[in-house]
Design a protein around this ligand. Structure first.
Ligand code: HEC
Length: 188
């Protein structure tokens, strides 16, 4: 038992050192990343829900199309980071995942299959940039625009979406599914 713990401790230490990140820094950036992702989620959903209430999907979808990026960019400036939402099943071509983001989404999907918890990931890339990644899951109120056609999503909503996003494949989801990834790059 003791030996196992020792080996684990060495392994953890090795991983932390090889990525140039101390455990303390990792924790700090995890907290910061979570705070920024939550603030962005809150801001996007509050705006979205207000639009849904005012005019349903036909008002909320064009709103998302025009405002999701400016809202995210304003928060990126505020926190001095680059905030991105991405997915392996994209709606907007502007949210295309990088190679690393695809790898992380794949690894989260593997964990989901094994019923394991999805934890945020922080790491440093080869240019010494710090990154935070965390899963985005589908909630009940996402289904109007990301759900299953004729079940949780109407044909009308789907056709509004397809009129703006011809290549949209971000539908067919159920509650709890992995929708995508928060990817936050820190400027410092
Ligand atoms: C009113 C319709 C609507 C609802 C409700 C909605 N979305 Fe979306 N979603 C969109 C649109 C439109 C886009 C594309 C935005 C853009 O152009 O950047 C999008 C994009 C995304 C993206 C970025 C990746 C991509 O495929 O482009 C994620 C992640 C996402 N939505 C997750 C969610 C989650 C999670 C919820 C529920 C909490 C949700 N959405 C609710 C319409 C909606």
């Amino acid at each position: 038992m003791f030996k196992k713990i020792l080996i684990l401790a060495i392994a953890v230490n090795f991983i932390a050192c090889s990525s140039g990140f101390s455990e303390k820094e990792k924790q700090e950036y995890t907290v910061k990343g979570q705070e920024i992702a939550q603030a962005t989620f809150k801001e996007l959903s509050a705006n979205l829900m207000a639009q849904m209430k005012a005019g349903g999907p036909s008002q909320a979808i064009p709103f998302c199309n025009q405002q999701a990026s400016p809202i995210t960019e304003a928060l990126s400036k505020k926190y001095d980071v680059v905030i991105k939402r991405t997915s392996n099943k994209l709606r907007s071509c502007n949210n295309e995942p990088s190679e690393r983001e695809i790898e992380i989404i794949d690894s989260y999907q593997q964990l989901m299959l094994k019923n394991k918890e999805l934890k945020p990931i922080v790491e440093i890339d080869k240019d010494q940039k710090k990154h935070f990644y965390a899963p985005i899951k589908i909630q009940a109120n996402c289904l109007v625009c990301h759900g299953k056609l004729n079940e949780t999503m109407t044909v009308q909503t789907d056709s509004i979406i397809k009129s703006i996003y011809q290549f949209d494949i971000a539908t067919g989801y159920s509650e709890g599914d992995l929708r995508g990834l928060w990817s936050i790059t820190f400027n410092k």
